[in-house]
Write a protein that binds this ligand. Structure first.
Ligand code: FBP
Length: 548
């Protein structure tokens, strides 16, 4: 591999570990746990992995371990730090017994099912320490949920003598990890399954999980770009920049970037839903600020748009829920197959309520088609494919033209569009993510050594110096409830959306009017890996405000 100077220098970085993981550990068990909702149903579905205690690791004596083998899978979208989870797990496994082996399944969960794997060695791992990306073994979105897949998996796990499987993923992948853990436990196959909280979206968090890895680096990368755009726009003073940010449903990324850069406008989907805003209300809100700034002679600005916005406009949300139902085959629970897009759209139109049909037909054709057609393998609308930034700026321009005709707007409105998502998912992990991910991986080896299954690796207290971080495990069932997915009720990890009474949103809400009217941009600049701690070791503003 040809390496950049940064990669070479960065390879030498030794990620920090919590004190508790530095030597031998003992597992301290808390009280039995309950799922966050639908306790009776979840308990009945997960008889072997329900109710287990939260684990905290403390320094202790541990016995020498026989060599054991572990497998690892990267699942879903890329997030900075995945390579460090793997290197942390590798080092952790080897520290317990140097003859232990770590195998990586290729291109996501599909690698387990299709028996495609590699064995990690020192040289191989060393090439990837502290680098971004998931290219070490690749990732994929195959859903691991069928018995045939679990059975195919056990064949290769047995062949390789694998005692435990670590699945690095978001809420859906960790839900599937839990189903797999339960299945292997019920069958007494003797293979443990451990999850690891990954996603740039930041929506896999709760009382036990402070943040999902990758959120920190991705937000810092987008904030650098937004800051650069803001400086450009404050220099030329002639464009409104409409910037859509990844994050799927939740608006955590948009909110964090707003806290880091102080744009003129940032939409928060969860607030749009709570206030029951229509698409026209959203457009009017933006146009109002554009007109007010124009009245002050400022014909420029920035608008941050979370990629899931469209799903949170209540009328569109109802429409999407029905689209998800009608596009699922009730017999198999799988997405329905159609000969072509035309047939699919015609089927949708003749199977939804007249109210939903009216909403669908009120949308621009490209957006309506996107809603009817594309789903990811988990049945989610592929919001990243909907060009909300263009849709909104087009509608704002139309509204401003009408206001101009009425003499209510005298400024100029010229828009530029951006979509930031893929730009940040493979960035070289910040020091925070490099340390957090390495610790998550290392910690997973301790959960395995303690015989745990159906747990997610957790590291807490991460706003404190790494020495003081708390390591342990949380039963995945604890985070579950029942939700409607693809037309049926399913046990799933509850997604964490932006809380409107949470400290990050409140801080934003208290400041946004000033940011809208005045030009108060912050230019965060690029992630720094070396230098003063206040520049290179800061966590996200979201986490700092939440943990305050
Ligand atoms: P994960 O939830 O799997 O981590 O992926 C998140 C994400 O990056 C979203 O922000 C985005 O909507 C989606 O992946 C894009 O998916 P794809 O990589 O398949 O285009």
């Amino acid at each position: 591999m040809v390496k950049s100077a940064l990669q070479i220098a960065r390879a030498a970085y030794q990620p920090k570990l919590p004190k508790a993981l530095k030597g031998s550990v003992k597992a301290v068990e808390g009280a039995p746990t309950q799922s966050v909702g639908n306790q009776d149903e979840i308990k009945a579905m997960f008889p072997n992995t329900y109710g287990m205690p939260v684990i905290t690791f403390e320094p202790g004596d541990s016995k020498p371990m026989d060599a054991f083998n572990v497998g690892i899978i990267l699942s879903g979208g890329q997030a900075p730090g995945g390579h460090n989870v793997i290197s942390g797990l590798y080092d952790g496994v080897k520290s317990l017994n140097p003859n232990s082996k770590l195998y990586g399944f290729l291109m996501g969960p599909g690698g387990l099912v299709d028996h495609k794997y590699v064995e990690f060695t020192d040289d191989f791992i060393n090439e990837y320490r502290n680098t971004g990306g998931f290219d070490i073994i690749g990732s994929g979105r195959t859903k691991l949920e069928k018995e045939a897949q679990f059975e195919s998996g056990i064949e290769i796990l047995r062949k390789l003598g694998i005692k435990a499987l670590v699945i690095i993923g978001g809420d859906d992948s960790n839900t599937n990890a839990c189903v797999l853990a339960e299945y292997y436990a019920a069958k007494k196959y003797g293979v443990q399954v451990i999850g690891c909280p990954k996603t740039i979206d930041g929506d896999l968090k709760n009382e036990q999980i402070e943040t999902s890895f990758g959120f920190d680096t991705a937000c810092k990368t987008y904030s650098e770009l937004i800051g650069n755009i803001q400086r450009d726009c404050n220099s030329a003073r002639k464009y409104w920049h409409f910037i859509k940010l990844m994050g799927r449903s939740a608006s955590h990324i948009a909110l964090e970037c707003a806290l880091q850069t102080q744009p003129n406008i940032c939409l928060i989907s969860e607030e749009v839903e709570k206030k029951e805003m229509s698409l026209d209300d959203v457009v009017t809100y933006i146009a109002r600020i554009v007109a007010d700034r124009a009245a002050d002679g400022n014909n420029f600005g920035t608008v941050l748009i979370p990629e899931g916005l469209i799903e949170f406009i209540p009328a569109i949300k109802k429409l999407i829920a029905q689209l998800n139902d009608v596009l699922t085959d009730p017999k198999t629970g799988e997405p329905m197959e159609f000969a072509n897009a035309k047939e699919q759209i015609a089927f949708v139109k003749s199977n939804i309520t007249p109210e939903n049909l009216a909403i669908l037909e009120s949308l621009p054709a490209d957006v309506a088609n996107q809603l009817c057609l594309d789903r990811d393998p988990h049945g989610n609308v592929q919001v990243s494919l909907i060009e909300t930034e263009k849709l909104l700026s087009r509608m704002v321009a139309t509204k401003l033209a009408a206001w101009k005709a009425e003499g209510k707007f005298n400024g100029k409105f010229s828009a530029q569009h951006h979509f930031f998502g893929y730009e940040g998912r493979c960035a070289a992990p910040s020091n925070y993510d490099a340390d957090y991910c390495y610790s998550l991986g290392y910690n997973a080896s301790r959960l395995i050594a303690n015989g745990k299954t159906g747990y997610m690796s957790i590291i807490k207290n991460t706003t404190a110096p790494a020495e003081e971080w708390i390591a342990g495990g949380v039963p995945i069932t604890m985070m579950m409830n029942m939700e409607r997915r693809n037309g049926a009720m399913k046990p799933v990890i509850r997604k964490a959306l932006v809380e409107l009474d949470g400290a990050p949103f409140k801080f934003f809400a208290a400041n946004r009017e000033a940011w809208a009217k005045n030009t108060m941009y912050i230019y965060p600049g690029p992630i720094q890996y070396w230098g003063p701690s206040e520049v290179c070791d800061q966590c996200t503003k979201t986490l700092a405000l939440e943990q305050k």
